[in-house]
Design a protein around this ligand. Structure first.
Ligand SMILES: NC(=O)c1ccc[n+]([C@@H]2O[C@H](COP(=O)([O-])OP(=O)(O)OC[C@H]3O[C@@H](n4cnc5c(N)ncnc54)[C@H](OP(=O)(O)O)[C@@H]3O)[C@@H](O)[C@H]2O)c1
Length: 175
């Protein structure tokens, strides 16, 4: 099961129906969109730990949150391809993480285990591994909305390998 909605609606995820299941959490916390959540603002909880607290009987694994939907599609490569990219995963249940790593493999990515849900801030917005490494350059300035979207669609992704994903996650500093 993949939970991929604006984080503000996390408490609408059906905890009873999802009990016992592995739930992939792709969600990110953007206060401008999601409103302010005190524990996330204070840094006492990661957004995925918040989701896990709600989905009390599920095995939540954070994945896919640090790559935009277009690069997720265009960067997928078969196992062993020299230009295969990797994505971080985080979770408290080792078996669930292994299942998600297998899914990533099928979908065209290596998985890099960055730890527990408490550690998952290392791939949250604003961290070094978040979105930007999979882009070759900064978005050009002074372009129209339409040109910017064209650039977004035409820009090929950068295949960030597993070692680099690990390095970037390790160098993250919590705000
Ligand atoms: N888009 C990306 O490239 C990307 C990349 C990485 C991570 N993420 C994260 O993944 C999550 C989903 O992103 P998205 O771009 O797919 O978002 P989205 O298009 O705004 O929302 C996805 C779906 O969530 C449902 N939804 C929206 N508001 C809801 C609400 N108040 N209550 C219940 N369901 C609601 C809607 O489903 P229905 O249409 O069926 O109602 C909507 O189609 C976000 O947390 C985002 O930060 C996105």
């Amino acid at each position: 099961m993949v939970a991929t909605i604006p984080l503000k609606a996390y408490d609408r995820l059906p905890a009873t129906a999802l009990a016992g299941k592995t739930v992939i959490d792709t969600m990110n916390y953007y206060p401008d969109r999601d409103g302010h959540l005190a524990e996330l603002d204070a840094g006492t909880l990661t957004s995925s730990a918040l989701v896990q607290r709600h989905l009390v009987g599920s095995h939540v694994v954070k994945a896919f949150n640090n790559i935009d939907f277009h690069r997720l599609f265009t960067l997928a490569r078969p196992s062993g391809a020299p230009d295969r990219a990797a994505l971080p995963i985080a979770g408290d249940d080792e078996a669930a993480k292994a299942r998600v790593a297998r899914l990533l493999d099928i979908l065209g990515y290596d998985a890099v285990d960055i730890g527990t849900l408490a550690d998952s801030w290392r791939s949250e917005p604003g961290t070094p591994v978040y979105v930007q490494p999979y882009f070759p350059a900064q978005r050009p300035e002074g372009t129209s909305q339409e040109e910017a979207y064209r650039w977004f669609l035409d820009t090929p992704g950068v295949p960030v390998p597993a070692g680099r994903v690990k390095e970037l996650a390790d160098t993250a500093v919590r705000a």
